[in-house]
Design a protein around this ligand. Sequence first.
Ligand code: ATP
Length: 287
Amino acid sequence: MYFQEVVSKLENFWKKQGCVILPPFDEQIGAGTLSPYTFLKVLGKKPWSVAYIQPSRRPVDGRYGENPNRLYLHHQFQVIIKPPPFDIRELYLSSLRSLGLKLSKHEVKFLEDNWETAVLGAQGVGWEVRLDGLEITQFTYFQLAAGVELDPVSVEITYGLERLVLFIQEKENVFDIMWNEDITYGNLRLDSEREECIYAFDESEVSRLVEMFNIYEGEGLRLLERGILIPGYQYLLKCSHVFNLLEARGAMSVSERVTYISRMRKMANLSARLVLEREEKDEKPSV
Ligand code: ATP
């Protein structure tokens, strides 16, 4: 099954379970969790079911396209359901079967891997799912966001699409995956994967990154303090990407790192507060 078909099969599978299928959020982010479709929607009591593909950039993971399964940019397929259906684990396994995987012939393991991200003040109990030893999904019950206890909790399923398709197509290297019948993943992605790494590790300038962070933070805080949620939250996402670039540059001491995280956390908390205030006023949910 080609990469593009895996995406449409997963979309169809989760559409049938009542999820709205959304396009990726258009910011440079490190994981589907940071998208407003997750972080801002797991807050509050209103039910929410969504599935979307999210290009996810992790500068620290960049290897100039030379690693077979660790990338600067990988694609996550993210599912969020609030409240979680009782048979969610079985549904997840059915989604793998819908991709043609014969699970009786493979070893599927759920290994405890509780998850937390300091920037978002988020936490949950979770498992990483390994298929014959390769991690293909993170499965989490979201319990805390912006330090707020969530009730109801949401379930988050994050498929790592490249590793999943590596497995399905029985390839050794991500760049050899077939995207469709003619085009490989490498044809589409290898040049930009290398260039993103050149930028992150060789060309980016620390002083400019720091300047960018400060400007994005100032703008984000200004907007959020005026009650303007999504544009303000987008500046938090920009800060988070710049922070990831600073990390790739090895440009932060331990205490600077903590300070940057608490600066971003402040923006995350302000965003969460706006979401909860709006829900209290019973405003229509929007993303
Ligand atoms: P790892 O431990 O391999 O760094 P992770 O636990 O940080 O991964 P998650 O944030 O849980 O990964 O991401 C969900 C899925 O995305 C993972 O199960 C994995 O399949 C995939 N993934 C994560 N990082 C990368 C990467 N740099 N390149 C390719 N796939 C990735």
